[in-house]
Every structure is written in structure tokens, then in C-alpha cells.
Ligand binder design. Structure first.
Ligand SMILES: O=C(O)C1=C[C@@H](OP(=O)(O)O)[C@@H](O)[C@H](O)C1
Ligand SMILES: C=C(OP(=O)(O)O)C(=O)O
Length: 430
């Protein structure tokens, strides 16, 4: 990871926006389809996939296990082969790589080592490691209970799968990981979540949806998911734009005024980013579909309304929403997001620290944040290798002069050229 030498001066908006922003492909859909391509019975063609650090890490992981990945004009072509080790896999800071790939790697033949960035070694992994061990995997892992990266999987070329209980209250990705690899397990999986509130249910629905699209049988009940063993079909898959990454651009319409449009907004989707339509409306925006485009217009009087919202389903939207709350005229409460403490950084602590640094007022609650109206001032915002803290700062910077973003390059985790796209939205040259 490269650290930019000097902080990026976040541009302030000089006039109301009038922009159309083409958002790159969804991280969550891209990495799911990449992983499924490794199990498919025929080649997979991904059209408009995300090309970013997280998807590059997934591609490298699959290549290390024997999958052939080729660039095409429209995207990527993947052709699989029997999965094999030995392999060394870098998960970076990608939750989708560090959780999904171990569930795939148990199917390979040989020894597979998986490690990541220093922070990746702190992100929760226990439930997925324990579940794979309960199902018969041999995994050596570090950490106090042998439950964090780095890990070594001793795989034998096939895996039984079966029934397993796990606590997914720290991350929905534990459930998605097992579900995605399950069609290739001899007995599939039958997962029960036992534990506290389960976050990010739309992401589990997305996992079920992509499996079904490829011909796999999935049975969903309350806190229980069964995936039958079976063939995963290949074929041509068009990836939706990343609606969570659209978030900062749509939020810009509230922070700066004017209208921002995002084309190719899906009519129906499992992406949690679709929740933004309701959230931004509650904060004072006018949100409308114009054909396949979503258009968000900021409030005519420029006044952003605070809100009390449960983000259990869309935790990854919290930094974007928090930026608008920090600019809002009334108090806000974000609930249901205790698990954000295990994201790229402890996002609740980071948001409180950075809002405070900007002259705002914010505090942590057991499961979220409270943010009060305040007059903000410019500051150099720390980003903690977290792409969404960087985009949080950019949103605030539209309205507050003198905001700088430390290591804006960290946005490359899920967006190839965030500074260029942001300046393009403002009609400025990068
Ligand atoms: O499965 C996925 O693609 C994701 C699930 C969610 O994880 P958590 O349930 O850990 O929040 C989300 O926040 C993350 O950005 C992507
Ligand atoms: C939590 C996130 O990422 P990850 O997939 O690494 O968990 C995120 O992108 O907001």
C-alpha cells in the first residue's frame, strides 16, 4: 500500500452540482462472481466488473489456486481447473478475500497460506475458521485462540461440508463464505446463525441470489441457509454498478447542492446501497429515477436534516451517512452498527475522532454513533487505510473549506480513481 506524500486537498464546491457519474462495478458482486467462476463447469465472462485493489486480490488468489483469468475488452474471462496448492495468498484488507477464499481453499489440493495487511490480522475470522474446522478442515491459524490471519490450510482436494452452527454477528461474510463454496462440498452446507443480531442481511441475500443465478439450489429460512451440492454454471454476467460507492457522489448533491445522476441504477437489486434512496430522501434530498438513472437533488434551502436510522442492513453506508449528519442542522443517531468496529478500521472510533477533529460533535454509543449539529472547520483527516473514511472526508470538504485527506490513495480498495472521479463531478480537472 502506498502512502501519498502529502494529504489531498478535498475540493470545495464553488457552485451547485450538475453531474452524471459512471460508478464502477460492485465490489461485492464482482468478488462473488469471481469466486463462483472458480467452481463453474464452463468459462465465465464478467462484463463491467470492478477493477480495484479488492478485486485484484481476489483475482490473484484464484490464479494462485489454478484459475486462468484473462482481460477482455468488456471485462474478464475466467476458466477454472482443479484447484491446487501450494499457494501463498494475500488478502490485503479485503473482507471478501480473507473470509471467502478459505472456504474455497479447503477444496484445493495442497497447503494454502493466507495472510493480509497488519489490520487484516485483527479483523474477525474466528467463526469462519471454527465452522470450517467443525466441518473437517485442518487449519493452522495465529492469534490467541488460533483464529486470525495468517492461516495455513492443509487441503486434500475435496471437502464434505454439512451442517454447522456459527455466530455471524461480527460479519455476514462468515455465512456468505460457506454458502459460496458449498456447491462444491460433497454435502453442501446447512448453516445456522447462533448469536446476536446479524448484520448486512442484504449481502447474504446477494449471495443466495448469485448462487441461484448460476443454477445452485439455496434454501433460506430465519437465521438458516442451506446450499445444495451441485453444478455452478459459467456464462456471461453483467455486474451492476457499486451502489455503496455511488453513495459519496449522491451525498455530494446534499453537501454541495444541485443534482448528481448515477446511470445503470438497477430496478431491483440485493445491494445494500439501494437503501440510500430512502436515507437521502429523509435527509432532505429529492430522489428520482430518470429511465435507468438515479438522480439526487440536494434540498433547495441547503439544509440537511439529521436522522435516526438503523443501519444494521447497510453498515457499509455509515461513513457516507455520517458525513451528511456532521453537516446536518439537527441531531442524528446511527444504530445497529457495533460490528463496524471490526471493519477496515474501528469505524465508530475513527468517525468520532475525525468529526471531532473537524470541529464537530460526535460520540460512540454501544451500537453506533450520535452526531450533533456544529460549525465545522478544515483539518487534515486521518483515514486509517479505510476507503470509506477517505470518502467521508471528501463529502465534508465540499462544504467546509480546508479539508485535507491523508492517504486518499486508500480509496483504491474499491474505486480505481476516486480523486479523478470526484474532481470530474465538480467539473474540475484531476
Ligand atoms: O459480503 C460482502 O460483500 C460484504 C458484506 C458486509 O460485511 P459485514 O457484514 O462484515 O459488514 C459489507 O459491510 C462489506 O462491505 C461487503
Ligand atoms: C466493510 C467493507 O469492506 P470489506 O469487504 O473489506 O469487509 C467496506 O467496503 O465497507
Amino acid at each position: 500500500m502506498t502512502q501519498t506524500a502529502s494529504p489531498w486537498p478535498a475540493p470545495s464546491a464553488q457552485a451547485p452540482l450538475d453531474a452524471t457519474v459512471e460508478v464502477p462495478g460492485s465490489k461485492s458482486l464482482t468478488n462473488r462472481h469471481l469466486l463462483l467462476a472458480a467452481l463453474a463447469d464452463s468459462p465465465t465472462e464478467l462484463i463491467q466488473p470492478l477493477r480495484s485493489r479488492d478485486s485484484a486480490l481476489m483475482i490473484s488468489a484464484l490464479q494462485a489456486l489454478g484459475v486462468t483469468v484473462t482481460d477482455t475488452d468488456a471485462g474478464l474471462r475466467l476458466e477454472t481447473a482443479p484447484l491446487r496448492g501450494p499457494a501463498e495468498i494475500d488478502a490485503g484488507l479485503a473482507g471478501t478475500v480473507m473470509r471467502f477464499v478459505p472456504a474455497l481453499a479447503v477444496l484445493a489440493d495442497g497447503e494454502i497460506r493466507i495472510d493480509g495487511d497488519p489490520r487484516a490480522r485483527e479483523r474477525p475470522m474466528g467463526p469462519v475458521i471454527r465452522a470450517l474446522r467443525d466441518l473437517g478442515a485442518t487449519i493452522e491459524a495465529s492469534g490467541p485462540h488460533g483464529e486470525s490471519l495468517p492461516l495455513t490450510i492443509h487441503a486434500s482436494g475435496s471437502f464434505n461440508g454439512g451442517a454447522v452452527e456459527l455466530d455471524a454477528s461480527a460479519s455476514s461474510q462468515f455465512v456468505s463464505a460457506l454458502m459460496l463454496a458449498a456447491p462444491a462440498y460433497r454435502r453442501g452446507v446447512d448453516i445456522r446463525h447462533v448469536g446476536g443480531a446479524l448484520p448486512s442481511l442484504p449481502h447474504i441475500a446477494m449471495t443466495a441470489q448469485v448462487l441461484r443465478e448460476r443454477g445452485v439450489e439455496v434454501d433460506e429460512a430465519e437465521a438458516r441457509w442451506r446450499v445444495s451440492p451441485g453444478t455452478v454454471s459459467g456464462g456471461r454476467i453483467v455486474v451492476e454498478p457499486d451502489l455503496s460507492n455511488a453513495g459519496p457522489f449522491l451525498a455530494a448533491a446534499l453537501a454541495a447542492g444541485g443534482t448528481v445522476r448515477v446511470p445503470r441504477w438497477p430496478e431491483r437489486t440485493t445491494q445494500a446501497g439501494d437503501l440510500l434512496r430512502g436515507i437521502l430522501t429523509r435527509m432532505g434530498a429529492t430522489v428520482e429515477r430518470q429511465g435507468d438513472t438515479l438522480a439526487v437533488t440536494g434540498p433547495a434551502d441547503g439544509v440537511i436534516r439529521g436522522l435516526d436510522v438503523d443501519l444494521t442492513e447497510g453498515g457499509e453506508l455509515a461513513p457516507t451517512v455520517a458525513a451528511l449528519c456532521a453537516l446536518a442542522a439537527t441531531p442524528s443517531r446511527l444504530r445497529g452498527i457495533a460490528h463496524l468496529r471490526g471493519h477496515e478500521t474501528d469505524r465508530l472510533a475513527a468517525l468520532v475522532t475525525e468529526i471531532t477533529r473537524l470541529g464537530g460533535e460526535a460520540r460512540e454509543t454501544p451500537d453506533g454513533l450520535e452526531i450533533e449539529p456544529a460549525t465545522l472547520r478544515g483539518a487534515a483527516v486521518e483515514t486509517y487505510h479505510d476507503h470509506r473514511i477517505a470518502t467521508f472526508a471528501a463529502i465534508v470538504g465540499l462544504r467546509v473549506p480546508g479539508v485535507e485527506v491523508v492517504n486518499v490513495a486508500t480509496t483504491a480498495k474499491t474505486m480505481p480513481d476516486f480523486p479523478g472521479m470526484w474532481q470530474g463531478m465538480l467539473g474540475q480537472r484531476a
